[in-house]
Design a protein around this ligand. Sequence first.
Ligand code: NAD
Ligand code: ZN
Length: 365
Amino acid sequence: MNKITVNLTRKAGNSYEIHIGEAILDRMAMILARNNWAERYVIVTDTAIDALHGERVQQALRQTDLKVERITVPPGEAAKEIGTVLGVTERLTGLGADRQTALIALGGGVIGDLTGFAASIYMRGIPVIQVPTTLLAQVDSSIGGKTGVDTAWGKNILGTFYQPKGVFIDTSFLGTLPDRQLASGLAEVVKYGAIDAPDLLDSLDAAATEGSLREPAFLERIVATACRIKKGFVELDERDNGLRKVLNFGHTIGHAVEAASAYALSHGEAVAIGMVAAARLSEQLHHLPADDGRRIVATIRALGLPDRIPANLDLTEIRTRIGRDKKRQGQTVRFVLLKKLGVPIVNGSIPEELLTKTLEGLKKG
Ligand SMILES: NC(=O)c1ccc[n+]([C@@H]2O[C@H](COP(=O)([O-])OP(=O)(O)OC[C@H]3O[C@@H](n4cnc5c(N)ncnc54)[C@H](O)[C@@H]3O)[C@@H](O)[C@H]2O)c1
Ligand SMILES: [Zn+2]
């Protein structure tokens, strides 16, 4: 069992704890009962997670006499939109939820983002507790307080910064997570290894070789390491004005590849390709040692993640999508590159030809 405190000193009241361990639902029930964050709790989850874990979580909380209800939304990114948030708030009103009610986001990044958003606007803000059930949510999206939903104009266009009261990471949820989803989360762990903790790459390589990627002790260790790294960046830059941007390593190209695949590639798969591209650019522009680049690629391969752009994707479309990012940020695409493993640098300008050549070099067949 690991406990990490996120100290947001600017507003001490915003600080919160991340509890990590196997089977911590009982502990969570006790902490909720003790903290008096709310008089009643509403679990928000998706129908797929609900079928697997909803009843168990609700029962664990009810053991301590907490008043707990449960509402569900459809699974998948398509549900991360304002209509779903309105539906959730309508259900809350129907249940008579008031400012003494807290939401529990039980699910992956989609549930975390949309429930956090709903909590941040319902009656001008009610508490939210994050209970992430995908590896991606456990190592990334449940920490840091970014909430939001997608619109027809893009991902996460509507959103807030809204820190949870607490994060409870039960690694036993990962037992039902499909392999592809697990790998998607592992890509984010590779990211933390590349920007901050190269040792993580060795741990991932070893676990992949031994076939122990799903072992509880291993998962708890990498989740705790990832949370520690993310919380460090969040504490330094809660509102994502500077330093926190290094968490976007692999994401500028990754997002473009993900969208160009029409989301046939998972987020982690696209980020894996993005990290390989960023490593190549880093070798060219910042003298990243070739060995460091090779280490990133080797770990990505060991985890069964792609390191090349699939042949059916259109490079021009990927380029255009990267360019759209550029417009949003006022003409410069802010690529996060590496000087060496563990030493990121935010680069404002990549020569167009170099970017094209790099993408061409990564294209399959
Ligand atoms: N807020 C942030 O800082 C942040 C950071 C990264 C990503 N995100 C967001 O996270 C979202 C992606 O999250 P995700 O990858 O967790 O996807 P997701 O939430 O869509 O979950 C993936 C699928 O796994 C299923 N699932 C969840 N837990 C399960 C379990 N334990 N067993 C079996 N199935 C389970 C879900 O029903 C869903 O179908 C994106 O919308 C992205 O924008 C947010
Ligand atoms: Zn990501």
